[in-house]
Design a protein around this ligand. Structure first.
Ligand code: ARG
Length: 482
């Protein structure tokens, strides 16, 4: 939408009649500076829904006639279809009217005259915008919720293809214990599921309807706030009119939950950037999601993953902006609060894109099982399993840890890459001082391929744990569909 006014002389804002002079529309910079129209037009549906509910309540309280109500509803429906069709080109958008609320109301007055002039009875833009934002967050939540599920489905489907590939796990980015790829994919699934649950919990945590709070103090008219709350389905009327108009907690909670999602996605992106490097070569990204270099002809850079990681900084920025915006203002509406929507929409759009992009990447990536297998013998991944073998033979864990440490040292001294390269005699000799024996079944506890089958603890990231978790998530998804 254009920030320029289409008219040559500025409008007198319908709410600035107390001014003797021209008012704030006369200076184009002031008109643009005070306006939120370049971002709040996306609230038009919520604004119209709020107005319909408010009008129905005013009518029930005998503050609107039957005819007023039907005129208002007719006008609002026409405006909604016009904006649906014309979007940014709708002729009612006028920056001198500051925002979506005033543009819709001015168009309504133009269509319906006095009926439209009565709509703002007992209402202020302060409770109106607080309501609109709550309604928008509820709608936005419904759209983004499915994106989490799509990503979880993508992780599940990759796990079904490549989940049994045996690979190293890493702590401190050093080889730790063997796992299967599916074990790690289930880790991302659990984290994304939690991010989805967190968003749901925060969005639903304080269902309150600010409408009817007016500008700050409420109204001397007999507004029925419970009625609008019921019509709008946003929860009960907020307890206090000052808090109802001053609070932006719902927006901040929303962006906090989005920030946690972005953080999780960024962490995943970082992991896969490493996995896609030549040094690791654990995964192959689809060509769709890599880019070339303008200078180096061979390059296939994981730019999409890097941008998932990069965009999180902007999302955090919006959260900090919201927290900073609210920290210094008195309890009641201050115009600073108008900026909230800019921050909330920006964070939301970025996280929506990141979730969609992550889904597309996960859907098309494959684990390079053979490449991973070729180096699986490096790093003594089975050392912990060998210590647990000794625990099963009655050796205290601290002692078995020490024994296996000395066996690793022996391998390194003898240029053996793997613990399974040691004979039973060599094992016994190297740990003579501890008086332990080894049977040939020790080899069942060695090699990453054997170890991933042995994990028993619930939630493990080896083969049994992966299979159990995969079954769990498939069940969850099947029940979601019902
Ligand atoms: N566009 C404004 C906002 O988003 C509407 C509220 C203006 N209220 C006022 N008292 N000036 O916050």
């Amino acid at each position: 939408m254009s920030n320029e006014s289409s008219k040559s002389s500025p409008v007198i804002k319908p709410w600035e009649h107390a001014k003797a002079g021209e008012g704030s529309a006369a200076d184009p910079l002031a008109a643009r500076f005070v306006a939120s129209l370049d971002y709040d037009t996306r609230l038009y549906k919520q604004d119209i829904a709020g107005s319909r509910a408010h009008a129905a309540m005013l009518h029930a309280q005998n503050l609107l006639t039957d005819e007023d109500l039907s005129e208002i509803n007719r006008g609002l429906s026409e405006i909604e279809s016009e904006i649906d069709e014309q979007g940014d080109n709708w002729s009612g958008w006028n920056v001198e009217l500051e925002d979506v609320h005033m543009c819709v109301e001015a168009a309504l007055v133009a269509k319906t005259g006095d009926a439209g002039r009565k709509l703002h009875t007992g209402r202020s833009r302060n409770d109106q915008v607080a309501l609109d934002l709550k309604l928008w967050i509820a709608d936005a939540y419904h759209s983004i919720d499915k994106k989490y599920t799509n990503l979880i489905e993508a992780f599940i489907s990759l796990a079904e293809k490549d989940g049994e590939v045996v690979m190293p796990s890493y702590t401190h980015l050093q080889r730790a214990q063997p796992i299967v790829a599916g074990g790690e994919l289930m880790a991302w699934t659990a984290a994304i599921d939690r991010a989805q649950q967190r968003l749901a919990a925060l969005v639903h945590s304080y269902p309150e309807n600010p409408l009817g709070s007016g500008a700050i103090a409420g109204s001397s008219l007999p507004l029925n706030r419970d009625m609008t709350a019921e019509v709008l389905g946003v929860g009960p009327a907020s307890m206090n009119s000052i808090d109802g108009t001053a609070s932006r907690d719902a927006g901040i909670d929303f962006v906090y939950a989005l920030s946690m999602t972005a953080m999780t996605l960024s962490r995943w992106a970082e992991q896969w950037i490493i996995y896609a490097s030549t040094e690791f070569s654990f995964i192959k990204l689809d060509d769709l999601y890599t880019t070339g270099s303008s200078m180096m002809p061979q390059k296939q850079n994981p730019d999409m993953l890097e941008l998932v990681r990069g965009k999180v900084s902007g999302v955090y920025g919006q959260l900090i902006a919201l927290l900073t915006m609210t920290k210094g203002i008195t309890i009641g509406y201050n115009r600073d609060l108008q900026e909230d929507k800019r921050f909330i929409f920006t964070a939301y759009d970025a996280v929506c894109d990141c979730l969609d992009m992550a889904t597309n990447i996960v859907k098309t990536t494959r684990f390079k099982g053979e490449h991973i297998a070729a180096k699986l013998n490096e790093g003594f991944l089975d050392a912990t399993s060998l210590a647990e073998y000794l625990v099963n033979r009655g050796v205290p864990f601290r002692t078995s840890h020490q024994i296996v440490g000395s066996l690793v040292r022996k391998c390194q001294a003898d240029n053996l890459t793997e613990l399974s390269d040691l004979t039973i005699e060599q094992m016994a000799n190297a740990s003579k001082e501890f008086n332990v024996t080894f049977d040939k079944d020790v080899y069942d506890w060695l090699t990453p391929q054997n170890v991933v089958k042995r994990y028993q603890s619930s939630g493990n990231s080896g083969l049994p744990g992966f299979k159990a978790q995969l079954a769990h998530w498939k069940n969850v998804l099947a029940n979601n569909d019902n």
